[in-house]
Design a protein around this ligand. Structure first.
Ligand code: C2E
Ligand code: MG
Ligand code: MG
Ligand code: MG
Length: 280
């Protein structure tokens, strides 16, 4: 789907064209120090059972609190981190911090939630991934079912056999697997059937015009049917209007995520928002 795929490609080129070589180098040097200086932060976006709750958990989304540039979104520095391999230590920090936060939430009684962490292609193909995940969960005394790993459909499709091996290992441990940006990566159905995933997350590109674009509506409805028959949960991302919320619920989407129901926020605000929602 060109509309959805074009988004990430556009962001990448936009960044490398608008920022000159000197700025890029500066950014890379700053990024190298950001980790040690504690400038990376996680925001958390709630995931809701359709149509409007309860909260099922949170997706951890990385931000860089840059000393002079302010809060930088991941689209502006993850491609650079991915290109230079810095994403490996950054990703380890993200997983550790997300698991630490989840431990805190479980201790506070939110043991029905799961924490979702995004993995980039390089992280996913890194040979220490499974060990890193195991060690991080152990370090925080967190049972594996509290963790959902999100990998995009295109990442999962890159090397089918190796993806199957890694995902099977994680799945066997009890970690949940979410196939992110689903619908943009040309999965073969035969492969999808073998994929040990927990849920499909429909790409935002299909949700945007859903209520007035009959093709997008047909695609979303087909993904829901596919997920149902493969016994996978279906999540819609990027839900911004109550029309989309209603439409997706009618189509049979299990869970919803988007600005309508909750924006990514720091951990303190996340729990506040949940308290407001659960108030009788
Ligand atoms: P993603 O995993 O597909 O995350 C969804 C993105 O959509 C997030 O952008 C989120 O803030 C945004 N979003 C959520 N609801 C809405 C909505 O209703 N409308 C719109 N327009 N946008 C919405 P964000 O936080 O800028 O992250 C962008 C991408 O960066 C993520 O896409 C993910 O691929 C990557 N990313 C974020 N954090 C991490 C991380 O810790 N590690 C890695 N490897 N990648 C990350
Ligand atoms: Mg995601
Ligand atoms: Mg996504
Ligand atoms: Mg994405």
């Amino acid at each position: 789907h060109a509309k959805a795929q074009g988004r990430d490609v556009y962001c990448f080129f936009e960044n490398s064209m608008n920022v000159n070589a000197h700025d890029q180098l500066q950014l890379l040097q700053d990024l190298r120090h950001a980790l040690a200086q504690g400038e990376l932060v996680l925001h958390y976006q709630p995931k809701f059972q359709a149509p409007a709750g309860p909260v099922l958990g949170a997706e951890a989304l990385l931000r860089w609190n840059h000393p002079t540039r302010g809060l930088i979104s991941p689209d502006r520095f993850i491609p650079l981190a991915e290109k230079t391999g810095l994403i490996i230590p950054i990703g380890e920090w993200v997983l550790d911090e997300a698991c630490r936060q989840m431990r805190e939430w479980v201790d506070a009684g939110h043991d029905e939630w799961t924490i979702a962490v995004n993995l980039s292609p390089l992280q996913f193909s890194h040979d220490r991934l499974v060990r890193m995940v195991t060690e991080t969960l152990l370090r925080h005394g967190l049972e594996p079912h509290y963790l959902t790993l999100e990998i995009t459909e295109s990442t999962a499709m890159r090397d089918v056999e190796s993806s199957l091996a890694i995902l099977s290992e994680l799945h066997a441990m009890g970690v949940r697997i979410s196939i992110d940006d689903f619908g943009t990566g040309y999965s073969s159905l035969l492969y999808l059937k073998r994929l040990p995933a927990t849920e499909l997350k429909i790409d935002r590109g299909f949700i945007r015009d859903l209520t007035h674009d009959t093709e997008d509506a047909a695609i979303v409805s087909a993904i829901v049917a596919l997920g149902r028959s493969l016994k996978l949960g279906i999540v819609a991302e990027g839900v911004e209007t109550s029309e989309q919320q209603e439409f997706l619920t009618k189509l049979g989407c299990d869970s919803l995520q988007g600005y309508l129901l909750g924006r990514p926020v720091p951990a303190e605000k996340f729990v506040e928002a949940d308290k407001l929602l659960s108030r009788p």
